[in-house]
Design a protein around this ligand. Structure first.
Ligand code: NAD
Length: 319
């Protein structure tokens, strides 16, 4: 099974469903990527911060060497970590990440957070994480405009076909669009029925940015991290509304949550290492929910954000 694509403002096509690499263990990552490609996944959402780009690249290399897929059929996404925002750090780290993946361009390279942290040399600590060894957050003075210009230079150099942003508010997107020579192709945000961010989604889409949802299943991915409001939130898979809609369509709650996004043109990047779920998660485009059901799911919004630095004890009050 493959997935439909959406046209980006850069002219490239991006698969509407992909595979997210956060928390994919290093020892299983290559196999998981390889299996996902076999199952039909073409987009992989990676990041420096996930610490598994080398292994993800090994999975890609195996699939390519066995003739299962060609590089140009894949859509490889990576992200610029916070400690590489200083303009002179952007190209070197992008080149390192490309080397880790074993590819010579990213289909999409994203500014992970609108937060510039002090540079950490990869030979000292990689991935650098949020804090230094003594647990301190150390900021850099680089404004986003300078970082974005360095991101644009990656496009000029052919190292990234498209560039994007993540965890940006509407205000920051507005500001960035005033000076962007290369517009961001995508905006990746936390998005699930408990956090619908309707105004931000509408604004980004009006401006021609494709929105990608992360953590589509809401609290689920934050339970093991013991994020307090996730532990205290009712699981979406067991919500009566979601279960009822799933039963009506002969689908699983996971598929309903993903279709609720894709039907509104929002891309999704779930991950699983279970073959049945991998297939389920890919099969979230060729069928439709009723408009009334989409509306009812959207009404579950509670403004509940789980991926908030404050929730991890980091004083970065960006949301
Ligand atoms: P996820 O979508 O991967 O889902 C979390 C959990 O759901 C997983 O533990 C998985 O086992 C389970 N699951 C998956 N499919 C299922 C199914 N069909 N039925 C039942 N359970 C299922 O959530 P996530 O990891 O939070 O987000 C997805 C991706 O988004 C990440 O891997 C990463 O690539 C990206 N992401 C980006 C940011 C960012 O700041 N830009 C933040 C978080 C995540």
């Amino acid at each position: 099974m493959t997935t439909p694509t959406v046209k980006l403002n850069s002219g490239y096509d991006m698969p509407l469903v992909g595979f997210g690499l956060w928390k994919v263990n290093n020892d299983t990552c290559a196999d998981q990527v390889y299996e996902a490609i076999k199952q039909g996944y073409r987009l992989f959402d990676g990041a420096c911060d996930y610490g598994n780009e080398t292994e993800a690249g090994q999975g890609v290399a195996r699939a390519i060497s066995e003739g299962i897929v060609k590089r140009e059929e894949l859509f490889i996404v990576s992200k610029l970590w916070n400690s590489f925002h200083d303009p002179e750090r952007v190209e070197p780290i992008a080149r390192k990440q490309l080397a880790d993946w074993g590819v010579d361009y990213f289909d999409l390279y994203i500014v992970h957070f609108p937060i510039a942290l002090k540079y950490v040399d990869p030979s000292v600590r990689y991935p650098p994480s949020w804090t230094s060894e003594n647990g301190k957050l150390e900021f850099s003075n680089t404004p986003i405009q300078a970082t974005w210009q360095a991101m644009e230079a990656l496009v000029d150099a052919g190292l990234a076909r498209s560039i994007g942003i993540s965890n940006f508010s509407a205000q920051l997107v507005m500001d960035l669009l005033r000076y962007a020579r290369v517009r961001p192709a995508t905006l990746q945000i936390e998005h699930h029925p408990y956090l619908t961010q309707e105004r931000l989604v509408e604004y980004a889409q009006k401006e021609g940015l494709v929105v990608t949802a992360y953590s589509s299943f809401g609290p689920l991915s934050f339970l093991e991290l013991e994020v307090k409001n996730a532990v205290n939130s009712p699981p979406l898979f067991e919500h009566d509304l979601i279960k009822g809609i799933a039963e009506k369509h002969g689908r699983t709650p996971a598929q309903v949550l993903l279709r609720w996004a894709t039907q509104r043109g929002i891309a999704v990047i779930p991950k699983s290492n279970n073959p049945t779920r991998l297939q389920q998660n890919l099969d979230v485009t060729g069928w439709n929910l009723e408009e009334g059901d989409i509306q009812k799911i959207s009404e579950l919004d509670r403004g509940l954000r789980f991926n908030d630095p404050l929730g991890y004890g980091l004083y970065v009050p960006i949301f």
